[in-house]
Structures are given as C-alpha cells and as structure tokens.
Design a protein around this ligand. Structure first.
Ligand SMILES: Cc1ncc(COP(=O)(O)O)c(C=O)c1O
Length: 354
C-alpha cells in the first residue's frame, strides 16, 4: 500500500462526521427482531408475482428515469396527478436529495429533537447548520420551529422514535409560517389515523416523504417517494441521479401500491398488535405513549433501559436503545407478530422480576 497522505483526502466536515448507525441486522433466522421497524408480515403476493415476471428485456435496458408506472399508480391512490410524485431509492434518498437541494453553509435545516438520527448526519455532510428544537416531554410540536430562518424544516410525523403524532392543522400552520420548505417525513404514516397529503394541494412549499419499507413490508426493496407541488418536484428531480430507482424496484413497488386491499389488511394487523403490546407493556410498569406508528417507545419507570436492552440482546431479542438526550430511559420496540411480541413480553417479565 503506497501511503500518499500529504493532505486529508476528505472534506473537513466529512472527516468530522459520525456515520449514521443503522440497527443491527443479525444473520441468524431464529431471533426476535424488533429493532429496525420492519413489518413482520410478508409483502403482497402481487409483489412476488411481479418479481417473477420481470423480463430479460426489462433488465437489459435502462429503467424509466421517472418511474412513471409507479407515479401513475401512486397518484391514483393519493388523489393527485402523477406530476406530484417523485420516486426515490428509499425515503432516505429523498432526505439526501432535499438536503442537497435546499441546504448549504448559509441555508440551515431545522427539526425537532429527538427525531430521526439521520437528520444531523446529513446536515453535517452537507455542511449546513442544524437548528435542533427540543420537543417537550409529551412530544408536542415546539412553537419555536416556526420562527427559525431555516431553508428546510423537517417534521417526522408520526415521529421516530416516539411514535407520537402532530395534528395536520398544526403542520398546516407551520407550512404557512416557515420561510423555506417544510418536509413532512411520513415514513410511518401508514399506521396513523391521518396524513398531510392535502397540504401539498394548498402549499407550494410542502414535501411529503413516503416509504414502502414499513406499511408495504418492502424494506429490502429500497423504495420511497416524494409528494409535492410539481414545481418542487421538478427542482428535486434536477438533484436526483438519473436512474435512481431500478427497473425491478419500479415493477415491484407498482404492484405493491396497487394492492390496496392487502396493504390495508396488513396495516390493521400491525395496529391490533400495537394496541395489545401497548397495554401489556403498561401492565409491566412501562410508560408508553399512544403510538401511531409500527413501534412503541417504552419508558422504564422501575428499570434501567440500557440494562434491559442488554439482557434482551443476550436472549436474541433485538430492540433499539438510543443513548441520546431524552431517550436514555427508553426502549424503542417495533411491533412484531403475536408470537414475537409474546416472546418479548415474557422475557421482559422475567428480567423485571430479577
Ligand atoms: C423517520 C424515518 N424517515 C425515513 C426513513 C427512511 O425509510 P426508507 O429509506 O427505508 O424508505 C426511515 C427509516 O427507518 C425513518 O425511520
């Protein structure tokens, strides 16, 4: 190896950045995996059919750069023209594109905290100031968020990792008040009672982020999309890679979103288990705010969250613990199948009795 390092190869902010830490992906199959908010049920059978039908020709050629087949189908589901939709390689790609499109040294980003831990990583990489406005203990939208000078304001709704929901009317007021763009990260909204799609019809500064990773059981596919006024979509498209979603992903995502019947049944199963898990965790002594997401945030009242997390990990039960301000005493638990949730609950019961 020839070492030529006479200068730092990386830009200073990249050198200083701490990479985003994804949840652990265990290799063994016989584990209870409730740490990355995946959907425990399989994707629609229509998805596997679409996968089997992908032709050689479709792979030989470049994909449709805009994924129009998906835009059309998603537009029909949401009641907006296809021009309001941009396909992305996961919701994370949309966040990446938004930071690159709107933020730089003179154009800050603002978001409430604690929220999705990718936001500060992207801010650092983009070399923009991050204005972090703390939630109160009940995760109400902080009023100060409306008066920052941010070029991009992000609200994750339902919020991760709290699972809590800010009313659509409050986000409409925020969209009206902010001077820049408001991105509502709705990665988990499929499990909520309302959503912000109507806002894109009334505001030209609102971007909605959607993901197929959670509600459609397709985290492995990497497919998400933006919904926004066509002028915003056109600007975002200048920033994305030409072929940001591949031919197989377009075919599968389209099949998934068209099967609304399966999707809705899948969501109801998660919600039923969420209600059960919430009640059981409260019975075990945890404080659990009502979640509108596919995970719950359980606050240890009589236990140490990091120790409970370690003990569960030793039993191959994976959940998420964040050693971050406001989260040190909490555990984030994705909703599993009834069997997985039962295993978690009995392990917790034993740990708490020790
Ligand atoms: C809050 C939030 N936003 C966006 C995403 C991105 O989802 P994906 O890139 O899998 O579509 C995630 C993924 O976990 C998330 O938690």
């Amino acid at each position: 190896m020839v070492k030529k390092k006479v200068m730092g190869y990386f830009r200073e902010n990249v050198e200083e950045a701490r990479a985003y830490e994804p949840g652990f992906q265990p290799k063994e199959a016989d584990v209870v995996k409730l740490n990355t908010n995946e959907n425990p049920w399989p994707p629609s059978p229509q998805v596997m059919k679409a996968l089997a039908e992908v032709s050689e020709e479709r792979l030989r050629r470049y994909p449709d750069p805009l994924g129009n087949e998906f835009r059309q189908a998603a537009g029909e589901v949401h009641g907006v023209p296809p021009e309001y939709i941009m396909c992305c390689n996961g919701g994370d790609e949309l966040l990446n594109i938004a930071f690159r499109a709107f933020c730089d040294q003179d154009r800050p980003v603002a978001y409430p905290v604690p929220s999705y831990s990718l936001f500060p990583v992207l801010a650092k990489l983009q070399n923009c100031k991050a204005i972090e406005v703390p939630f109160d203990s009940e995760f109400n939208l902080p009023a100060k968020l409306a008066s920052t000078d941010a070029a991009l304001t992000i609200v994750c709704n339902p919020n991760a990792p709290s699972g809590t929901f800010v009313a659509v009317e409050e986000l409409a007021s925020l969209a009206d008040e902010v001077s820049g763009v408001l991105l509502v990260d709705e990665a988990y909204v499929d499990f909520a009672e309302a959503n912000c799609i109507e806002l894109v019809k009334n505001f030209d500064n609102v971007i909605i982020l959607r993901s197929l990773s959670k509600g459609y059981s397709l985290a492995g596919l990497r497919f998400g999309y933006a919904i926004a006024h066509p002028d915003l979509i056109a600007g975002l498209m200048k920033v994305k890679d030409s072929y940001n979603v591949d031919a197989i992903a377009i075919a599968i995502a389209t099949a998934a979103i068209k099967d609304q019947k399966y999707f809705k049944e899948n969501i109801e199963k998660v919600k039923a288990e969420r209600a059960r898990l919430t009640i059981q965790l409260r019975k075990l002594g945890f404080d659990v705010p009502d979640s509108q997401s596919n995970f719950v945030l359980a606050k240890c009242k009589n236990c140490k969250a990091d120790q409970v997390y370690e003990k569960l990990t030793q039993q191959n039960i994976y959940i998420r613990y964040f050693a971050r301000p406001g989260l040190e005493d909490k555990l984030r638990i994705s909703i599993g199948t009834p069997e997985q949730n039962d295993k978690l609950l009995s392990a917790l019961q034993e740990i708490l009795a020790e």
